[in-house]
Design a protein around this ligand. Sequence first.
Ligand code: Z5A
Length: 208
Amino acid sequence: MTVRPGLFITLEGGEGAGKSTAARNLAALLREDGYEVVLTREPGGTAGAEAIRALLLGGEPLTPEAQTLLHFAARTDHAEALIRPALARGALVICDRFYDSTMAYQHYGQGVPRPYIEALITLLGLTPDLSFLLHVPPATARARVQARNSGSDRYDAMGEAFFARVEAGFADIAAREPARFAHVSSAVSPAEVAAQLRALVHERFGRS
Ligand code: Z5A
């Protein structure tokens, strides 16, 4: 079974949904299958974009529009310097969050108008081939994040209502593009999540 070259896979979902863990494990499984896999994340993925990440997650006040533009500045560097070249040589790129997170957090969560973000997506000109939306009960996600206790960022100041809007936003984003999205429960073991993702990659893009 082979996967078509130049496949761009993203993982989306709320904090503590298990995206980073699943992305890492999926990358390992697909490497075992013999593919060149580039594992990356947003905000970040290149030196410049990681520097912008520090601004985005830091505590300095930034308007939602300014945050949106910074996410797309980081994403443009990431896309041009890392993602597009990897896809061009036929690699599988697995990215922990991409522009759907901007729609979920900055539009649904913070009220930036949808056309503002859609215009930036059009300018970027890079759409994932397959996006996984990871689901976990909110109490489980909270427990995972608290157990990890990795310090605070600007999102810790956001209330429950903000995160509820983001969750509903992700569901709406996936419903608008059912052909691109696959829903996956991450309320099972990390190994089971990764096996499900691998099976979905092969189901969508495998050729016997
Ligand atoms: N943001 C934005 O506003 N706009 C944008 O355009 C973009 C992002 C791209 C990035 O923070 C923040 O930026 C994020 C959205 C916003 N803020 N919030 N909220 P980040 O990248 O540092 O954080 P994150 O993306 O939310 O990741 P996270 O908190 O690390 O969550 P995760 O990646 O989904 O979870 P994890 O790290 O894989 O797992 C969390 C813990 O659960 C960890 O201890 C694991 O060992 C455990 N875990 C994971 N999976 C399982 C399973 N299956 N079973 C049991 N335990 C598990």
